[in-house]
Ligand binder design. Sequence first.
Ligand code: FAD
Length: 496
Amino acid sequence: MTDELEDVYKYVVVGGGIAGVTCVETLSALCPDERILLLTSSNLVKAVINYQKVSKTLESFDVQEKPMSYIQNDCPNVQVLQKTIISLDAKNHILRTDDGCKFKYQKLCICAGGKPKLISEDNAYVVGIRDTESVQEFQSRLQKARRIIVVGNGGIATELVYEVEGCEVLWAIKDISISSTFVDPGAAQFFLPHLNQEKSQDEKPLKRLKYTSDKEMSVEFQKSSLQTPGGALGPDWSTSLEMKGLQSLCHCVHVEYQVEVAKLWSPEELRNACKTETTHTDLPFTQHPGSWPIYVELTNGKIYGCDFVVSATGVTPNIEPFTENNKFHIASDGGLMVNDKLQTSEKDIYAAGDVCTASWDPAPHWFQMRLWAQARQMGAYAAKSMLADDSGDEIPLDFCFELFSHVTKFFNYKVILLGKYNAQGLGTDHELLLRVTKGKEYVKAVIQDGRLQGAVLIGDTDLEETFENLILNQLDLTPFKDHLLESAIDVEDFFD
Ligand code: FAD
């Protein structure tokens, strides 16, 4: 243990997730002669590979977990150390780590990600999913499970419910339709038949495990990540994993709509309160009365037992190590507020990725969502912004912040979301154009004042580039609106 000042670095970045790694890689490329330090509590870092620009704002890439040496090999002026930050002295530009080291920086970028918001922090039967570690824990529990309850309605919950086989799944959501973070009730209806459908052979796990780590690393990783969070998972995290429970059934999902968890009961507590599990003869579930280690009471009064609960109710930005005695402005969602240069309210400190909250006046069709593409974009832009501040240059806000765009896969369908895809913030004064071919595609265009504001494209629609352009250039579509989604018509022909 030492309390000596370790070293002084021009640029220090905290966090080995997508945001932090992209930030140091960009810094290194733009200033190969400066000393750059990456501090991360995980001993694996996230590397973005196979990066492809699909269109002006849509991008696709894979994420791979790599040893820390990978960055040092590619970026010789970057030093990577496995350290956990426990405090920050923003006034004196000093970071302190849990092993007593101190690091002085000239400019710092905080990319410490987030932690899963759990419905209960101290219940052994409640698990959250964030990193490779927590997925492994989930998989091993699932192997022995007859029934699980998934709470939450975002991307993680949607993917889990789809992937889990051999186990009854009760999906508790607070909304009127499934997957509401990403899609509207219409698209949810499109997905619904797939909830209890058997997956075809070509939908079985891809086995292209992106989150590779050799055995030695895994042991070390397990030890280190008990206390400190690893990086969040990314694209394809669920498709590459076998998620099988104890039973011989395929998919068996029941959705409870418009509910939250009212209370978690142990078997003893339930007995002492003279309460019993709700009889569910109308559900596809088998009866196992009195044999569950945990019971969940929902706000509709129903009580279900299960082997464990997956809490997939979002993330909380991981800001605690940095805030004590400092004057950060904190957003209502708990993130470090950043301006359009990704600067926090503390001098020389930037933040990027899940830990920050975009607090500038955004472009009309962009908003923040804690997703891997935004973490990558913010990491790269924070690096440019740190350098520009040093050189006194003014840099414009990166083009990627002009339009919200996201590519993902739900129920084995390609899903592309563009702009105000759910009419976010548009009030009631907008119209929706729909084209639905059952089992094949779902296309929704959100129009206001004759102009395209957002779109949901499910299936292989091939409309993404055209729609992206229509949102960006705000062309008046009034003359073509009625034909915009006619499948026999090539939309691009309108604009030649
Ligand atoms: P993280 O990846 O969380 O990295 C944070 C880093 O900081 C880690 O290396 C951690 O070890 C380090 N750290 C934390 N605290 C400290 C400390 N005190 N000292 C030092 N280091 C510290 N997004 C999508 O776009 N598509 C998806 O399909 C998708 N699926 C997801 C599935 C799951 C299960 C999860 C959890 C997230 C998913 N996301 C998805 C979200 C996406 O993964 C995140 O938005 C993104 O990875 C955030 O990157 P980040 O670099 O900001 O943070």
